[in-house]
Design a protein around this ligand. Structure first.
Ligand SMILES: Cc1cc2nc3c(=O)[nH]c(=O)nc-3n(C[C@H](O)[C@H](O)[C@H](O)COP(=O)(O)O)c2cc1C
Length: 183
């Protein structure tokens, strides 16, 4: 099974990119999985503009669309901005929705999120479900928010809290089982 992971944040020191890299590390212990991590910052996807679309779908969008289309499942870790989904994630989904055939549909998707705050981006995760479901994807019913995520990782970028680690591992295992049934 091919799993694509990305963060809904662009910045280099993103906490959500740490969640993605750590989740990828956990997935790598399962030899049946092939994982790909994509950094949206490197794709230089512009803010959606119909005139840019008329001139041609940007290369970064085409690159991501190909990765999404070939994935059997997707894991996204995203911050929340002002109690909703992040603008980079929304913009990315809007661009992907303009690619034909639609690459991001009928995909099992697991939502994770991280924030230095006490809510762990969970409000943003709830809002992200809406466009993803509108596009016809299968959102895993559970999600996980990492609260106080600026304190959550050690110098090796491993999760410090064994309880949180066990919860993430269990969630990943059940998501893979779910995605396998939909494959
Ligand atoms: C425009 C903006 C709005 C934000 N709104 C929220 C918010 O509603 N809730 C929250 O917990 N954090 C909020 N934050 C703080 C982010 O959670 C924090 O910057 C986080 O580190 C961003 O994720 P990243 O580290 O993956 O880039 C906001 C940050 C920005 C830039």
């Amino acid at each position: 099974m091919k799993i694509l992971l990305f963060a809904g944040s662009l910045r280099k020191d993103s906490l959500n990119k740490k969640v993605v890299r750590f989740t990828d590390k956990l997935l790598k212990s399962n030899l049946d999985l092939k994982t790909t991590v994509v950094d949206l910052q490197t794709l230089n996807i512009p803010v959606y503009d119909g005139d840019i679309e008329t001139a041609g779908i940007p290369e970064g969008v085409k690159t991501l669309a190909a990765l999404v289309a070939s994935a059997n499942a997707i894991i996204i870790s995203s911050p929340e901005y002002n109690g909703s989904m992040s603008s980079p994630l929304k913009n990315t989904l809007d661009w992907l929705s303009r690619v034909k055939p639609l690459p991001i549909t009928k995909k099992p998707i697991l939502m994770l999120g991280a924030s230095p705050g006490a809510l762990g981006a969970t409000r943003g995760l709830a809002h992200a479900r809406w466009p993803l479901e509108t596009l016809g994807n299968f959102l895993y019913p559970e999600a996980m928010g990492f609260m106080h995520a600026d304190q959550a990782f050690d110098e090796n970028e491993d999760l410090k809290d064994p309880v949180q680690l066990a919860k993430l591992q269990k969630l990943i295992n059940s998501f893979i089982e779910y995605a396998g049934k939909l494959k």
